[in-house]
Design a binder for this molecule. Structure first.
Ligand code: AMP
Length: 399
């Protein structure tokens, strides 16, 4: 399959070829033809899948320059991603003016450049600020992209995004890209998109074997048990539900001689990224995080994921454990379960067809694994399961 066959015009095909891009990735194969026809797209795909070119081509090929009018708006969760996306657009060399807007820097250069801009790539807060100051007018936007939409919702940008979307013409084409199409994303698309085409790209990544287990303990035993487990391992990510809990758990682990640090929403983006960089550089080996903080960051080489607290949503559990067993390496995901947690744990067990093993430990002795109980016959469980992963959440809900 070639880019020409997808309907991409010659100048763009040549430009891509010069950059060594000759074969469209799966997300490009599926998104570019309907994107060029003006369809709204709801695309589930991961970073690294080639999604920027997947939404870039329909825009670059069809956008008509009009002096003084912003014709395309791309909303990204972070300044880093905004810069990266703008860089990809610049590489098309299509004579379109691209401007990146994000907070933490002065308004003036952005305001001065806006009247000459065709494509704005930015973070929600600064886009809104510029709109409110009358510097950014969205009345002529033909293309609206939400990039890494799930990350933006996790970061609490939903109100900002809705206000921005509402300020663009209803006739625009909307392209929403997200690593997962959660209930909240579906809700957003129903409200703001016109019969979007749903495109799902299965992860191309080779996953290693993921072992999943759980210990049942009392709330007051959790920290001691976690410390004991962590002493045996190297690169662990510990999930807590609250910001306060991440700081508490990290401090308690340090008292027990474990090199642990927390990462949470109380820290600015720069501090969070520095902490993660130190973790990547092996300056410490246990990162204690909230879901929101972790989902805004790319963290590699995790050998163990611990659920110190269970998440409210089974979906979140899936995200957490997906942080390990990546790029062919094996991984373990261990949950510390208290009596009150069973209500939340049952749907998770259900999702993995009961293949999360119960583990046991002795107060001062060795930690043992109880051999798994024989699996229930498949007929009792309902529905097929993707190997090595959870059943699709939608499938579970329909039962
Ligand atoms: P993205 O998922 O948009 O962040 O893209 C990840 C990287 O893959 C970027 O550096 C792109 O330039 C590159 N890329 C995108 N599409 C292709 C392709 N079809 N062939 C080779 N490289 C690509």
């Amino acid at each position: 399959m070639s880019f020409e066959e997808l309907g991409v015009k010659d100048e763009i095909v040549d430009n891509l070829a010069e950059r060594g891009i000759t074969h469209p990735t799966p997300v490009q194969q599926q998104s570019i033809p309907p994107g060029l026809k003006g369809k709204d797209l709801l695309v589930e795909s991961e970073t690294g899948s080639g999604k920027t070119i997947a939404f870039g081509i329909p825009i670059v090929q069809r956008l008509t320059h009009e002096e003084g009018k912003v014709r395309a708006l791309i909303i990204c969760p972070t300044r880093e991603l905004a810069k990266q996306v703008a860089g990809e657009f610049d590489k098309f060399n299509a004579g379109l003016r691209v401007l990146t807007v994000y907070g933490g820097v002065s308004y003036e250069p952005q305001k001065e450049a806006l009247p000459k801009t065709d494509i704005v790539v930015g973070t929600p807060g600064r886009i809104l600020d510029l709109m409110e100051q009358g510097a950014l007018v969205l009345d002529h936007v033909d293309f609206l992209v939400l990039d890494e939409a799930d990350r933006m919702l996790d970061m609490g940008f939903i109100d900002d995004i809705e206000r921005i979307m509402a300020a663009t013409p209803a006739s625009r084409q909307t392209l929403l890209f997200s690593a997962t199409i959660s209930y909240r994303i579906q809700h957003l698309s129903e409200k703001y998109m016109r019969e979007p085409l749903l495109i799902r790209i299965e992860s191309q990544e080779v996953r290693g074997h993921l072992f999943q287990g759980y210990y049942v303990c009392n709330p007051w035993q959790k920290i001691g048990l976690l410390a004991k487990l962590l002493k045996r391992q190297d690169r662990a990510l510990v999930f807590c539900r609250t910001i306060v809990a991440t700081d508490h758990v990290a401090a308690e682990l340090r008292k027990r001689g474990i090199k642990a640090k927390s990462v949470n929403g109380n820290m600015g983006q720069a501090t969070r990224e520095r902490t993660v960089k130190d973790f990547q550089d092996k300056k410490f080996n246990v990162l204690v995080a909230t879901d929101v903080a972790a989902r805004g960051l790319h963290i590699d080489g995790i050998t163990h994921v611990y659920n110190y607290d269970l998440p409210d949503e089974p979906e979140t559990y899936v995200h957490r454990v997906g942080r390990t067993a990546r790029q062919g390496a094996d991984g373990e995901a261990i949950t510390l379960l208290c009596e009150d947690d069973y209500r939340k744990f049952d749907p998770i067990m259900d999702l993995y067809d009961d293949e999360i093993e119960k583990l046991t430990y002795h107060a001062w002795g060795q930690i043992e694994r109880i051999p798994p109980s024989p699996p229930r016959p498949r007929a009792q469980r309902g529905g097929p399961r993707r190997r090595g992963g959870p059943r699709r959440l939608g499938a579970r809900r329909r039962r």
